[in-house]
Design a protein around this ligand. Structure first.
Ligand code: G6Q
Length: 547
Protein backbone atom coordinates (compact mmCIF):
# COMPACT_ATOMS: atom_id res chain seq x y z
CA UNK A 1 0.00 0.00 0.00
CA UNK A 2 1.34 3.45 -0.87
CA UNK A 3 1.60 6.26 1.62
CA UNK A 4 -2.00 7.61 1.62
CA UNK A 5 -0.76 11.18 1.26
CA UNK A 6 0.44 10.19 -2.25
CA UNK A 7 -3.00 9.04 -3.37
CA UNK A 8 -4.61 11.40 -5.90
CA UNK A 9 -7.59 12.23 -3.69
CA UNK A 10 -5.36 13.22 -0.74
CA UNK A 11 -4.03 16.35 -2.43
CA UNK A 12 -7.51 17.17 -3.71
CA UNK A 13 -8.82 16.91 -0.16
CA UNK A 14 -5.99 19.13 1.08
CA UNK A 15 -6.94 21.80 -1.48
CA UNK A 16 -10.64 21.40 -0.67
CA UNK A 17 -9.87 21.82 3.05
CA UNK A 18 -8.37 25.25 2.34
CA UNK A 19 -11.79 26.37 1.10
CA UNK A 20 -13.82 24.54 3.73
CA UNK A 21 -11.82 26.03 6.59
CA UNK A 22 -13.55 29.34 5.92
CA UNK A 23 -17.07 27.94 5.54
CA UNK A 24 -19.47 28.06 8.49
CA UNK A 25 -22.15 25.47 9.18
CA UNK A 26 -24.63 28.35 9.23
CA UNK A 27 -23.73 29.04 5.63
CA UNK A 28 -24.03 25.38 4.63
CA UNK A 29 -27.52 25.17 6.10
CA UNK A 30 -28.53 28.54 4.60
CA UNK A 31 -27.42 27.38 1.15
CA UNK A 32 -29.29 24.09 1.24
CA UNK A 33 -32.77 23.75 2.71
CA UNK A 34 -32.63 19.96 2.28
CA UNK A 35 -29.31 19.53 4.08
CA UNK A 36 -30.64 17.67 7.10
CA UNK A 37 -32.55 15.19 4.94
CA UNK A 38 -29.61 14.74 2.60
CA UNK A 39 -27.16 13.99 5.39
CA UNK A 40 -29.44 11.88 7.61
CA UNK A 41 -28.60 8.20 7.40
CA UNK A 42 -30.70 5.35 8.72
CA UNK A 43 -29.94 2.00 10.26
CA UNK A 44 -33.00 0.12 11.54
CA UNK A 45 -34.72 2.60 13.91
CA UNK A 46 -31.60 4.71 14.32
CA UNK A 47 -31.04 8.01 12.58
CA UNK A 48 -27.46 9.19 12.27
CA UNK A 49 -27.30 12.92 11.61
CA UNK A 50 -24.24 13.90 9.60
CA UNK A 51 -25.63 17.29 8.56
CA UNK A 52 -23.73 19.13 11.27
CA UNK A 53 -20.36 18.16 9.87
CA UNK A 54 -18.19 20.65 8.04
CA UNK A 55 -18.64 18.82 4.78
CA UNK A 56 -20.39 19.27 1.47
CA UNK A 57 -21.36 16.65 -1.07
CA UNK A 58 -18.05 17.39 -2.76
CA UNK A 59 -16.20 16.61 0.48
CA UNK A 60 -17.94 13.26 0.67
CA UNK A 61 -17.16 12.44 -2.95
CA UNK A 62 -13.47 13.15 -2.31
CA UNK A 63 -13.44 11.20 0.96
CA UNK A 64 -15.06 8.21 -0.71
CA UNK A 65 -12.49 8.49 -3.53
CA UNK A 66 -9.80 8.25 -0.87
CA UNK A 67 -11.47 5.19 0.68
CA UNK A 68 -11.58 3.56 -2.76
CA UNK A 69 -7.97 4.40 -3.59
CA UNK A 70 -6.90 3.01 -0.19
CA UNK A 71 -8.86 -0.17 -0.96
CA UNK A 72 -10.99 -0.08 2.18
CA UNK A 73 -13.63 -2.36 0.69
CA UNK A 74 -11.06 -4.92 -0.46
CA UNK A 75 -9.49 -5.06 3.00
CA UNK A 76 -12.95 -5.27 4.59
CA UNK A 77 -13.75 -8.31 2.43
CA UNK A 78 -10.42 -9.87 3.37
CA UNK A 79 -11.20 -9.39 7.06
CA UNK A 80 -14.65 -10.96 6.62
CA UNK A 81 -13.13 -13.92 4.75
CA UNK A 82 -10.73 -14.63 7.62
CA UNK A 83 -7.51 -13.63 5.84
CA UNK A 84 -4.60 -12.52 8.06
CA UNK A 85 -5.32 -8.78 8.09
CA UNK A 86 -3.36 -8.49 11.36
CA UNK A 87 -0.13 -8.38 9.39
CA UNK A 88 2.43 -8.07 12.19
CA UNK A 89 1.03 -11.04 14.11
CA UNK A 90 0.06 -12.90 10.91
CA UNK A 91 -3.48 -13.59 12.10
CA UNK A 92 -7.01 -12.95 10.98
CA UNK A 93 -9.15 -10.53 13.01
CA UNK A 94 -12.40 -12.40 13.24
CA UNK A 95 -14.59 -10.78 15.86
CA UNK A 96 -17.26 -10.81 13.15
CA UNK A 97 -17.26 -14.64 13.36
CA UNK A 98 -18.22 -14.47 17.05
CA UNK A 99 -21.51 -12.82 16.09
CA UNK A 100 -22.04 -14.49 12.72
CA UNK A 101 -25.64 -15.38 13.46
CA UNK A 102 -26.33 -16.76 9.98
CA UNK A 103 -23.53 -19.30 10.48
CA UNK A 104 -22.01 -18.62 7.07
CA UNK A 105 -18.84 -20.75 7.09
CA UNK A 106 -15.67 -18.76 7.87
CA UNK A 107 -12.50 -20.75 7.36
CA UNK A 108 -9.15 -20.34 9.07
CA UNK A 109 -6.44 -22.77 7.87
CA UNK A 110 -9.15 -24.72 6.07
CA UNK A 111 -11.40 -25.15 9.11
CA UNK A 112 -14.77 -23.52 9.63
CA UNK A 113 -14.39 -21.58 12.90
CA UNK A 114 -18.16 -21.51 13.37
CA UNK A 115 -18.14 -25.04 14.79
CA UNK A 116 -15.92 -23.96 17.70
CA UNK A 117 -17.72 -20.60 18.09
CA UNK A 118 -21.09 -22.29 18.37
CA UNK A 119 -19.80 -24.94 20.78
CA UNK A 120 -18.55 -22.25 23.19
CA UNK A 121 -21.81 -20.31 22.85
CA UNK A 122 -23.70 -23.46 23.78
CA UNK A 123 -21.51 -23.94 26.87
CA UNK A 124 -22.08 -20.31 27.84
CA UNK A 125 -25.84 -20.79 27.43
CA UNK A 126 -25.85 -23.87 29.65
CA UNK A 127 -23.50 -22.47 32.29
CA UNK A 128 -25.20 -19.07 32.60
CA UNK A 129 -28.60 -20.76 32.75
CA UNK A 130 -27.46 -23.15 35.50
CA UNK A 131 -25.84 -20.45 37.62
CA UNK A 132 -28.80 -18.12 37.23
CA UNK A 133 -31.26 -20.88 38.09
CA UNK A 134 -29.25 -21.89 41.17
CA UNK A 135 -28.55 -25.36 39.71
CA UNK A 136 -24.81 -24.83 39.73
CA UNK A 137 -23.96 -23.91 43.32
CA UNK A 138 -21.04 -23.12 45.57
CA UNK A 139 -19.03 -25.75 47.47
CA UNK A 140 -21.29 -25.52 50.51
CA UNK A 141 -24.46 -26.00 48.43
CA UNK A 142 -25.60 -22.36 48.41
CA UNK A 143 -26.68 -20.75 45.12
CA UNK A 144 -24.43 -18.00 43.78
CA UNK A 145 -25.53 -14.42 44.38
CA UNK A 146 -22.38 -12.61 43.22
CA UNK A 147 -20.01 -12.96 40.27
CA UNK A 148 -16.56 -11.36 40.35
CA UNK A 149 -15.04 -10.95 36.89
CA UNK A 150 -11.26 -10.51 37.14
CA UNK A 151 -9.63 -9.17 33.96
CA UNK A 152 -8.08 -6.01 32.58
CA UNK A 153 -7.97 -4.00 29.33
CA UNK A 154 -9.86 -5.77 26.60
CA UNK A 155 -10.76 -8.51 29.07
CA UNK A 156 -12.67 -6.01 31.21
CA UNK A 157 -13.62 -2.76 29.48
CA UNK A 158 -16.07 -4.26 26.98
CA UNK A 159 -18.03 -6.63 29.22
CA UNK A 160 -18.13 -4.07 32.00
CA UNK A 161 -19.38 -1.33 29.70
CA UNK A 162 -22.11 -3.63 28.35
CA UNK A 163 -23.19 -4.88 31.81
CA UNK A 164 -23.61 -1.29 32.97
CA UNK A 165 -25.32 -0.14 29.79
CA UNK A 166 -27.83 -2.98 29.92
CA UNK A 167 -28.35 -2.91 33.70
CA UNK A 168 -32.00 -1.87 33.20
CA UNK A 169 -32.61 -5.39 31.80
CA UNK A 170 -30.98 -7.18 34.73
CA UNK A 171 -33.13 -9.11 37.21
CA UNK A 172 -32.25 -9.74 40.85
CA UNK A 173 -30.65 -13.14 40.36
CA UNK A 174 -27.00 -12.15 40.33
CA UNK A 175 -24.81 -9.15 41.06
CA UNK A 176 -21.79 -8.82 38.79
CA UNK A 177 -18.61 -7.04 39.95
CA UNK A 178 -15.50 -6.21 37.94
CA UNK A 179 -11.96 -6.14 39.31
CA UNK A 180 -9.20 -4.94 36.99
CA UNK A 181 -6.59 -2.82 38.76
CA UNK A 182 -3.59 -4.39 40.49
CA UNK A 183 -4.16 -1.70 43.14
CA UNK A 184 -5.24 -3.87 46.08
CA UNK A 185 -8.11 -1.45 46.72
CA UNK A 186 -9.97 -2.79 43.70
CA UNK A 187 -10.20 -6.40 44.86
CA UNK A 188 -10.28 -5.71 48.62
CA UNK A 189 -13.15 -3.27 48.46
CA UNK A 190 -15.09 -5.66 46.22
CA UNK A 191 -14.55 -8.73 48.40
CA UNK A 192 -15.32 -6.87 51.60
CA UNK A 193 -19.03 -7.02 50.79
CA UNK A 194 -19.18 -10.62 49.59
CA UNK A 195 -20.09 -13.99 51.08
CA UNK A 196 -17.46 -16.51 49.86
CA UNK A 197 -19.94 -19.38 49.82
CA UNK A 198 -22.09 -17.51 47.29
CA UNK A 199 -19.37 -15.94 45.13
CA UNK A 200 -18.32 -17.17 41.69
CA UNK A 201 -15.02 -15.94 40.19
CA UNK A 202 -14.41 -15.60 36.46
CA UNK A 203 -10.72 -15.20 35.63
CA UNK A 204 -10.67 -13.60 32.19
CA UNK A 205 -7.37 -13.36 30.37
CA UNK A 206 -6.55 -14.21 26.79
CA UNK A 207 -2.91 -14.92 27.67
CA UNK A 208 -3.52 -16.04 31.26
CA UNK A 209 -0.24 -14.29 32.03
CA UNK A 210 -1.21 -10.65 32.55
CA UNK A 211 0.39 -9.52 35.78
CA UNK A 212 -2.60 -7.59 37.18
CA UNK A 213 -5.13 -10.31 36.44
CA UNK A 214 -2.94 -13.11 37.75
CA UNK A 215 -2.18 -11.19 40.98
CA UNK A 216 -5.83 -10.46 41.57
CA UNK A 217 -6.81 -14.03 40.73
CA UNK A 218 -4.21 -15.44 43.17
CA UNK A 219 -5.39 -13.09 45.93
CA UNK A 220 -9.03 -13.98 45.26
CA UNK A 221 -8.13 -17.67 45.37
CA UNK A 222 -6.30 -17.21 48.71
CA UNK A 223 -9.32 -15.31 50.10
CA UNK A 224 -11.64 -18.15 49.13
CA UNK A 225 -9.31 -20.92 50.32
CA UNK A 226 -8.85 -19.21 53.72
CA UNK A 227 -12.61 -19.28 54.21
CA UNK A 228 -13.82 -22.43 52.44
CA UNK A 229 -10.71 -24.58 51.98
CA UNK A 230 -8.74 -25.72 48.94
CA UNK A 231 -11.42 -28.11 47.71
CA UNK A 232 -13.83 -25.21 47.14
CA UNK A 233 -11.72 -23.70 44.34
CA UNK A 234 -13.11 -25.96 41.63
CA UNK A 235 -16.72 -24.96 42.38
CA UNK A 236 -15.98 -21.23 42.63
CA UNK A 237 -13.48 -20.49 39.83
CA UNK A 238 -13.84 -20.67 36.08
CA UNK A 239 -11.42 -19.36 33.47
CA UNK A 240 -11.96 -17.55 30.18
CA UNK A 241 -8.83 -17.85 28.08
CA UNK A 242 -7.02 -19.10 25.01
CA UNK A 243 -4.30 -20.75 27.13
CA UNK A 244 -5.30 -24.18 28.46
CA UNK A 245 -1.91 -25.06 30.01
CA UNK A 246 -1.60 -21.88 32.09
CA UNK A 247 -5.20 -22.28 33.25
CA UNK A 248 -4.40 -25.79 34.50
CA UNK A 249 -1.19 -24.55 36.18
CA UNK A 250 -3.21 -21.92 38.02
CA UNK A 251 -5.37 -24.70 39.45
CA UNK A 252 -8.53 -24.33 37.39
CA UNK A 253 -9.68 -27.52 35.70
CA UNK A 254 -9.44 -26.92 31.91
CA UNK A 255 -12.93 -28.44 31.75
CA UNK A 256 -14.03 -25.24 33.50
CA UNK A 257 -12.34 -23.05 30.91
CA UNK A 258 -14.36 -21.11 28.35
CA UNK A 259 -12.23 -20.94 25.27
CA UNK A 260 -11.59 -18.25 22.72
CA UNK A 261 -8.95 -17.94 20.04
CA UNK A 262 -5.87 -15.97 19.04
CA UNK A 263 -7.83 -14.37 16.18
CA UNK A 264 -9.96 -12.47 18.73
CA UNK A 265 -8.22 -9.23 19.74
CA UNK A 266 -8.63 -8.21 23.39
CA UNK A 267 -10.54 -5.01 22.60
CA UNK A 268 -12.80 -6.96 20.23
CA UNK A 269 -13.45 -9.81 22.65
CA UNK A 270 -16.67 -8.88 24.45
CA UNK A 271 -18.52 -10.96 21.82
CA UNK A 272 -16.59 -14.10 22.85
CA UNK A 273 -16.61 -15.99 26.16
CA UNK A 274 -15.18 -12.76 27.63
CA UNK A 275 -18.86 -11.69 27.49
CA UNK A 276 -19.84 -14.43 29.98
CA UNK A 277 -20.61 -11.91 32.77
CA UNK A 278 -23.11 -10.28 30.38
CA UNK A 279 -24.92 -13.59 29.93
CA UNK A 280 -24.81 -14.21 33.69
CA UNK A 281 -26.25 -10.79 34.50
CA UNK A 282 -28.91 -10.59 31.82
CA UNK A 283 -29.55 -14.16 30.71
CA UNK A 284 -28.16 -15.77 27.59
CA UNK A 285 -30.98 -14.62 25.28
CA UNK A 286 -30.08 -10.97 25.91
CA UNK A 287 -26.44 -11.78 25.10
CA UNK A 288 -27.62 -13.27 21.80
CA UNK A 289 -29.61 -10.09 21.07
CA UNK A 290 -26.39 -8.12 21.55
CA UNK A 291 -24.61 -10.41 19.07
CA UNK A 292 -27.51 -10.08 16.62
CA UNK A 293 -27.30 -6.28 16.73
CA UNK A 294 -23.58 -6.43 15.99
CA UNK A 295 -24.15 -8.94 13.20
CA UNK A 296 -26.73 -6.65 11.59
CA UNK A 297 -24.11 -3.87 11.58
CA UNK A 298 -21.51 -6.28 10.15
CA UNK A 299 -23.86 -7.00 7.26
CA UNK A 300 -24.54 -3.31 6.77
CA UNK A 301 -20.79 -2.63 6.62
CA UNK A 302 -20.15 -5.57 4.26
CA UNK A 303 -23.10 -5.07 1.94
CA UNK A 304 -24.13 -1.40 1.82
CA UNK A 305 -22.95 0.89 -0.96
CA UNK A 306 -20.35 3.42 0.12
CA UNK A 307 -22.60 6.53 0.08
CA UNK A 308 -24.90 5.02 2.72
CA UNK A 309 -22.36 2.91 4.58
CA UNK A 310 -22.27 4.23 8.15
CA UNK A 311 -18.94 2.91 9.45
CA UNK A 312 -17.26 3.85 6.19
CA UNK A 313 -18.65 7.38 6.20
CA UNK A 314 -17.97 7.98 9.89
CA UNK A 315 -14.43 6.69 9.44
CA UNK A 316 -13.79 8.96 6.49
CA UNK A 317 -15.31 12.00 8.22
CA UNK A 318 -12.98 11.31 11.16
CA UNK A 319 -10.04 11.31 8.73
CA UNK A 320 -11.27 14.62 7.31
CA UNK A 321 -11.02 16.25 10.73
CA UNK A 322 -7.79 14.53 11.81
CA UNK A 323 -5.75 14.90 8.64
CA UNK A 324 -7.23 17.91 6.87
CA UNK A 325 -8.81 20.22 9.47
CA UNK A 326 -6.32 19.64 12.28
CA UNK A 327 -8.53 18.12 15.01
CA UNK A 328 -6.48 16.26 17.60
CA UNK A 329 -9.24 14.86 19.76
CA UNK A 330 -12.80 13.66 19.47
CA UNK A 331 -15.40 13.55 22.24
CA UNK A 332 -18.06 10.91 22.89
CA UNK A 333 -21.00 12.21 24.88
CA UNK A 334 -23.74 9.65 25.50
CA UNK A 335 -26.90 11.24 26.85
CA UNK A 336 -27.42 8.07 28.83
CA UNK A 337 -26.01 7.50 32.30
CA UNK A 338 -25.79 3.75 31.76
CA UNK A 339 -23.32 4.40 28.92
CA UNK A 340 -20.87 6.08 31.27
CA UNK A 341 -18.17 3.49 30.46
CA UNK A 342 -18.62 3.83 26.70
CA UNK A 343 -15.95 6.56 26.38
CA UNK A 344 -13.49 4.31 28.24
CA UNK A 345 -14.26 1.37 25.96
CA UNK A 346 -13.95 3.51 22.84
CA UNK A 347 -10.74 5.02 24.16
CA UNK A 348 -9.21 1.58 24.11
CA UNK A 349 -10.83 0.54 20.85
CA UNK A 350 -9.71 3.63 18.97
CA UNK A 351 -6.45 4.58 20.67
CA UNK A 352 -5.02 1.08 20.98
CA UNK A 353 -6.08 0.19 17.45
CA UNK A 354 -5.01 3.34 15.64
CA UNK A 355 -2.47 4.96 17.97
CA UNK A 356 0.35 3.97 15.61
CA UNK A 357 3.18 5.79 13.83
CA UNK A 358 4.61 2.98 11.71
CA UNK A 359 2.76 1.75 8.65
CA UNK A 360 1.97 -1.81 7.60
CA UNK A 361 5.26 -1.98 5.72
CA UNK A 362 7.25 -0.86 8.77
CA UNK A 363 7.90 2.72 7.59
CA UNK A 364 7.58 5.71 9.93
CA UNK A 365 4.63 7.84 8.93
CA UNK A 366 4.34 11.59 8.76
CA UNK A 367 0.59 12.20 8.83
CA UNK A 368 -1.67 12.25 11.91
CA UNK A 369 -3.33 8.93 12.78
CA UNK A 370 -5.77 7.99 15.57
CA UNK A 371 -7.13 10.96 17.54
CA UNK A 372 -7.38 11.16 21.32
CA UNK A 373 -10.83 9.96 22.39
CA UNK A 374 -12.48 11.23 25.53
CA UNK A 375 -15.89 11.97 26.98
CA UNK A 376 -18.44 11.73 29.74
CA UNK A 377 -22.20 11.34 29.77
CA UNK A 378 -24.43 14.32 29.17
CA UNK A 379 -25.76 16.25 30.93
CA UNK A 380 -22.85 15.94 33.40
CA UNK A 381 -20.28 16.98 30.80
CA UNK A 382 -22.19 20.20 30.16
CA UNK A 383 -21.23 21.35 33.64
CA UNK A 384 -17.60 20.51 33.10
CA UNK A 385 -15.82 20.49 29.73
CA UNK A 386 -18.50 21.89 27.45
CA UNK A 387 -17.14 25.39 28.04
CA UNK A 388 -14.10 24.42 25.98
CA UNK A 389 -16.28 22.80 23.32
CA UNK A 390 -18.31 25.99 22.92
CA UNK A 391 -15.74 28.72 23.32
CA UNK A 392 -12.29 27.11 23.41
CA UNK A 393 -9.67 27.41 20.69
CA UNK A 394 -9.71 23.76 19.61
CA UNK A 395 -11.72 21.84 17.08
CA UNK A 396 -13.34 18.84 18.81
CA UNK A 397 -15.83 16.82 16.76
CA UNK A 398 -18.42 15.28 19.11
CA UNK A 399 -20.64 12.22 19.07
CA UNK A 400 -24.02 12.60 20.80
CA UNK A 401 -25.94 9.41 21.54
CA UNK A 402 -29.54 9.67 22.63
CA UNK A 403 -32.58 7.38 22.94
CA UNK A 404 -36.15 8.48 22.27
CA UNK A 405 -37.42 6.36 25.19
CA UNK A 406 -35.97 5.85 28.62
CA UNK A 407 -35.71 2.30 29.99
CA UNK A 408 -35.99 3.72 33.50
CA UNK A 409 -38.59 6.52 33.22
CA UNK A 410 -38.99 8.99 36.07
CA UNK A 411 -41.28 12.01 35.75
CA UNK A 412 -40.22 14.21 32.85
CA UNK A 413 -36.48 13.67 33.37
CA UNK A 414 -35.92 11.87 30.09
CA UNK A 415 -37.53 14.78 28.23
CA UNK A 416 -35.06 17.12 29.89
CA UNK A 417 -32.19 14.83 28.91
CA UNK A 418 -33.22 14.68 25.25
CA UNK A 419 -33.83 18.44 25.10
CA UNK A 420 -30.32 19.04 26.42
CA UNK A 421 -28.72 16.71 23.87
CA UNK A 422 -30.50 18.37 20.96
CA UNK A 423 -29.83 21.87 22.29
CA UNK A 424 -26.09 21.28 22.74
CA UNK A 425 -25.56 19.87 19.25
CA UNK A 426 -27.45 22.85 17.83
CA UNK A 427 -25.58 25.45 19.90
CA UNK A 428 -22.22 23.95 18.96
CA UNK A 429 -23.07 24.05 15.27
CA UNK A 430 -24.73 27.43 14.99
CA UNK A 431 -23.41 29.35 17.97
CA UNK A 432 -24.64 32.85 18.76
CA UNK A 433 -23.29 35.69 16.69
CA UNK A 434 -22.72 39.27 17.80
CA UNK A 435 -26.14 40.54 16.73
CA UNK A 436 -27.88 37.78 18.66
CA UNK A 437 -25.65 38.21 21.70
CA UNK A 438 -26.28 41.98 21.66
CA UNK A 439 -30.06 41.47 21.51
CA UNK A 440 -29.88 39.01 24.37
CA UNK A 441 -27.85 41.40 26.57
CA UNK A 442 -30.30 44.20 25.81
CA UNK A 443 -33.16 41.95 26.85
CA UNK A 444 -31.30 41.41 30.13
CA UNK A 445 -31.36 45.20 30.64
CA UNK A 446 -27.75 46.00 29.70
CA UNK A 447 -26.73 48.97 27.58
CA UNK A 448 -23.76 51.19 26.71
CA UNK A 449 -20.29 50.39 28.06
CA UNK A 450 -21.58 47.59 30.28
CA UNK A 451 -23.06 45.83 27.28
CA UNK A 452 -19.96 46.31 25.12
CA UNK A 453 -17.72 45.00 27.88
CA UNK A 454 -19.61 41.73 28.12
CA UNK A 455 -20.42 41.32 24.45
CA UNK A 456 -17.27 39.43 23.30
CA UNK A 457 -17.67 36.94 26.12
CA UNK A 458 -21.27 36.23 25.17
CA UNK A 459 -20.57 35.39 21.53
CA UNK A 460 -20.44 31.70 20.61
CA UNK A 461 -18.55 31.14 17.38
CA UNK A 462 -20.33 27.88 16.48
CA UNK A 463 -19.15 25.81 13.49
CA UNK A 464 -18.31 23.00 15.89
CA UNK A 465 -19.22 19.68 14.31
CA UNK A 466 -21.08 16.72 15.75
CA UNK A 467 -22.79 13.46 14.86
CA UNK A 468 -26.09 12.72 16.60
CA UNK A 469 -27.16 9.08 16.94
CA UNK A 470 -30.89 8.98 17.74
CA UNK A 471 -32.54 5.60 18.33
CA UNK A 472 -35.75 4.32 19.94
CA UNK A 473 -34.24 2.67 23.00
CA UNK A 474 -30.87 1.32 24.11
CA UNK A 475 -31.78 -2.36 23.73
CA UNK A 476 -29.11 -5.10 23.65
CA UNK A 477 -29.54 -5.18 19.87
CA UNK A 478 -29.01 -1.44 19.50
CA UNK A 479 -25.98 -1.47 21.78
CA UNK A 480 -24.48 -4.35 19.80
CA UNK A 481 -24.90 -2.46 16.54
CA UNK A 482 -23.45 0.73 17.99
CA UNK A 483 -20.29 -0.96 19.27
CA UNK A 484 -19.83 -2.79 15.95
CA UNK A 485 -20.31 0.53 14.15
CA UNK A 486 -17.40 2.03 16.07
CA UNK A 487 -15.28 -1.09 15.47
CA UNK A 488 -15.74 -0.84 11.71
CA UNK A 489 -15.20 2.91 11.76
CA UNK A 490 -11.82 2.28 13.41
CA UNK A 491 -11.05 -0.45 10.85
CA UNK A 492 -11.83 1.92 7.95
CA UNK A 493 -9.49 4.55 9.35
CA UNK A 494 -6.69 2.05 9.98
CA UNK A 495 -6.83 0.92 6.36
CA UNK A 496 -6.64 4.47 5.00
CA UNK A 497 -3.81 5.33 7.39
CA UNK A 498 -2.08 2.12 6.23
CA UNK A 499 -1.56 0.89 9.79
CA UNK A 500 -2.34 -2.41 11.49
CA UNK A 501 -5.29 -1.72 13.80
CA UNK A 502 -5.07 -5.17 15.36
CA UNK A 503 -1.73 -5.20 17.17
CA UNK A 504 -0.69 -3.33 20.36
CA UNK A 505 3.06 -3.41 20.88
CA UNK A 506 2.86 -0.41 23.20
CA UNK A 507 0.74 -2.45 25.61
CA UNK A 508 3.22 -5.33 25.45
CA UNK A 509 6.01 -2.92 26.52
CA UNK A 510 4.00 -1.82 29.57
CA UNK A 511 3.53 -5.47 30.51
CA UNK A 512 7.32 -5.96 30.68
CA UNK A 513 8.60 -2.73 32.28
CA UNK A 514 7.09 -3.01 35.76
CA UNK A 515 8.42 -6.52 36.28
CA UNK A 516 11.97 -5.09 36.09
CA UNK A 517 11.38 -2.36 38.67
CA UNK A 518 9.31 -4.43 41.09
CA UNK A 519 12.28 -6.21 42.86
CA UNK A 520 14.13 -2.91 43.29
CA UNK A 521 11.38 -1.57 45.57
CA UNK A 522 12.68 -3.81 48.36
CA UNK A 523 16.16 -4.77 47.24
CA UNK A 524 19.04 -2.29 47.02
CA UNK A 525 20.09 -2.86 43.39
CA UNK A 526 18.12 -0.74 40.98
CA UNK A 527 20.28 -1.91 38.09
CA UNK A 528 20.35 0.17 34.93
CA UNK A 529 17.23 2.24 35.71
CA UNK A 530 17.24 5.85 34.55
CA UNK A 531 18.27 8.51 37.15
CA UNK A 532 14.70 9.73 37.75
CA UNK A 533 13.42 6.21 38.44
CA UNK A 534 16.42 5.52 40.71
CA UNK A 535 15.74 8.79 42.61
CA UNK A 536 12.06 7.99 43.09
CA UNK A 537 12.82 4.46 44.29
CA UNK A 538 15.31 5.88 46.81
CA UNK A 539 12.70 8.34 48.11
CA UNK A 540 10.10 5.57 48.35
CA UNK A 541 12.48 3.46 50.43
CA UNK A 542 13.22 6.44 52.68
CA UNK A 543 9.49 7.04 53.20
CA UNK A 544 8.99 3.42 54.17
CA UNK A 545 12.02 3.39 56.46
CA UNK A 546 10.74 6.49 58.26
CA UNK A 547 7.29 5.07 59.00
C1 G6Q B 1 -6.49 -5.33 24.00
C2 G6Q B 1 -5.15 -5.38 24.56
C3 G6Q B 1 -5.08 -5.41 26.04
C4 G6Q B 1 -5.44 -6.76 26.67
C5 G6Q B 1 -5.08 -6.73 28.15
C6 G6Q B 1 -5.42 -8.03 28.84
O1 G6Q B 1 -6.76 -5.35 22.82
O2 G6Q B 1 -4.42 -6.41 23.99
O3 G6Q B 1 -5.88 -4.42 26.62
O4 G6Q B 1 -6.77 -7.04 26.49
O5 G6Q B 1 -3.72 -6.43 28.30
O6 G6Q B 1 -4.76 -9.12 28.26
P1 G6Q B 1 -5.15 -10.58 28.64
O7 G6Q B 1 -6.55 -10.83 28.22
O8 G6Q B 1 -4.17 -11.47 27.93
O9 G6Q B 1 -5.02 -10.69 30.13
Amino acid sequence: MPDPTRLPSWSKLAAHAEIMRGVHLRELFARDGGRFRRFALHFEDMLVDLSRHRITEETLVLLLDLAREAEVEGWRDRMFRGEPVNVTERRPALHIALRNRTNRPIRVAGEDVMTAVNAVLERMRRFSGEVRAGVRRGAGGAPFTDVVHIGIGGSELGPRMVCEALAPYADDRLRVHFVANVDPADLSLTLRRLDPGRTLFLVASKSFATQETMSNARSARAWLVARLGEEAVGRHFVAISTHRRRVAEFGIDPADMFEFWDWVGGRYSLWSAIGLPIALLLGFDRFLELLEGAHAMDRHFAETEAVRNLPLLLGMIGIWYTDFLGAETTAVVPYDQTLHRLPAHLQQLEMESNGKSVDREGRRIAYPTGPIVWGEPGTNGQHAFFQLLHQGTRLVPCDFLVAARSRTPLGDQHEQLVANALAQASALAFGRDETEARAELRAEGLAGADLERLLPHRVFPGNRPSTTFLYAELTPRRLGSLIALYEHKVFTQGIVWNINSFDQWGVELGKKLATRIRPALEDSSIGDADPATAGLVAHLRALRAAS
